[in-house]
Write a protein that binds this ligand. Sequence first.
Ligand SMILES: [Zn+2]
Length: 376
Amino acid sequence: MGFSEFLGNGRVVTALRGMLSAERVPHAMLFSGPRGVGKFTLARMFAQAANCERLKDDFCGECDSCRRIALLADVQPLVEQGLAQRGERPDNSTVERIPLLIQTHPDVWAVVPDPVRAKDPVARPMLRMGQLRAVQRAAYFKPKGRRRVFILDGAETMRWDLSGIFLKILEEPPESATLILLAPNPFLLQSTIRSRCLQFSLAALTSEEVEEILRTRTQLNAEDRKLAAQYSEGCPGTALELDVAAVAALHRGALTVLERAVELRGISHLFASTSALAKSQEIAFENVLEVFYSLLTDLLDLSSSSSKKTLRNPALRRELETLSKKVDVAWITKAVEGFDVLHSRMRRNINRSLGLDAVAISLARPAPVPGNSDLR
Ligand SMILES: [Zn+2]
């Protein structure tokens, strides 16, 4: 047990441990990085190390403090519990009066965006004034252990007009408290807050690193690990949560769209398969596009060389080889361009399935005769 369990971003971990051992812990830190990269995990580990009864710059995982704080590792049930205690459909003042706060140790709080189930169903989860005020009050309490740690997940969801509450804490810093703000990108925070935090940026891991994590922590076979690592884009948290079967189905579905586009089966088939894909199982549309890019890259590799290349989609090698004989580089380029257009359109929030259908239709034109172009 200890920081050695945290995989990737070793330099950030070393810096945090250095601050603990030198007893120079800042009052505010900002951990930024993509979703699933381990921001919350690292913040929780920091809270453990700051309060471990045995170690100073690491945590044993066994003492009472460590074990209590470790309960935050599975935070969702605690959130559900908090919501249930507040009652179904609370009104706004109730939400502020009974802020959602997760506490499994007297000195350590996790504050997550409140997914309030209020009368207003469009309300997005966000950090609320009640939560921030509660942190403000609690920050000045003397710790029972060594240090009070407040983990503020989704700090970017805080309304900017509430940032004054934070600034107030940071202007009169409590003696033994540290606020750790978590956000995907530091620039989503107001500059006055950002500049008062010591910033740590957590980078995505390499595919090999993610595969290694999956090898030690899951029962997945090598092929599935590779697929999961590829799909997680360097975020071990995402890779561990990933439903590999669903992802494989998505890749297969994308391949089918391409196959149909090549083989000129009926347009109606194309519509059915594309819209089904766009709606597919809670997967971000950006990831669907990534799948198309990875398949097209494989097709390009296969159609431009007969050598046995390492494919991004080794599980689909046979199908991809067959398909590669029916297309040439011009067709693939056209497809990539189509998806590029789609990607930029998506950034402008144009209807998702509509855009995907449009590209599929443009790809349904006759494929050029293969083999007539210089492929490299
Ligand atoms: Zn401990």
